[in-house]
Write a protein that binds this ligand. Structure first.
Ligand code: SF4
Length: 120
C-alpha cells in the first residue's frame, strides 16, 4: 500500500468540510430554462421542482438563494415562501453556505458517500 491518500480521503479523515463547487452554475440543470424557474404560473412549478430533484448542485443553489434572500423563483426545489419561512425560523444563521456545506459533509461522512464536483 502506498500510504498516499487522495485529497478527499485526507479531508474526510481530518473532518475538513468539503469545498464549495465553483462550477456549480455551469452544472445546473436549469441552464436555458429560466422561464420555467421564474414562471408566475403554478403550471410550471412541479416541472421546475422535478428538475431540481435531479440537479447535482442543489446545495450551492440553495445556499446562494438563502444568503442572497432571493424573493422570486424556484431554487433547489424551494419556493420563495418556503425560503422566507425558513429564514424567519432561523434568523441567527449568518452563512447558509457554511451551514449547508457542513451539513452535506456530515451526511456524506455518515453514509460514506464519495464527494465529487463532477458527479451527475
Ligand atoms: S437546484 Fe438550483 S441550479 Fe439546480 S435546477 Fe434547481 S434551480 Fe437550477
Amino acid at each position: 500500500m502506498s500510504g498516499i491518500k487522495s485529497k478527499q480521503e485526507a479531508g474526510k479523515a481530518k473532518g475538513i468540510p468539503e469545498s464549495w463547487n465553483p462550477e456549480w452554475r455551469r452544472q445546473a440543470r436549469c441552464i436555458g430554462k429560466m422561464e420555467l424557474f421564474f414562471a408566475t404560473s403554478n403550471r410550471f412549478l412541479e416541472e421546475a421542482i422535478a428538475e431540481c430533484d435531479t440537479c447535482p448542485v442543489r446545495t450551492e443553489c440553495l445556499a446562494v438563494a438563502l444568503d442572497s434572500r432571493a424573493t422570486h423563483g424556484i431554487f433547489a426545489g424551494t419556493t420563495p415562501r418556503w425560503r422566507n419561512e425558513l429564514l424567519l425560523r432561523r434568523p441567527n444563521v449568518r452563512s447558509w453556505r457554511d451551514l449547508l456545506l457542513g451539513a452535506r459533509a456530515e451526511h456524506r461522512r455518515r453514509y460514506d458517500i464519495p464527494y465529487s464536483h463532477t458527479r451527475q
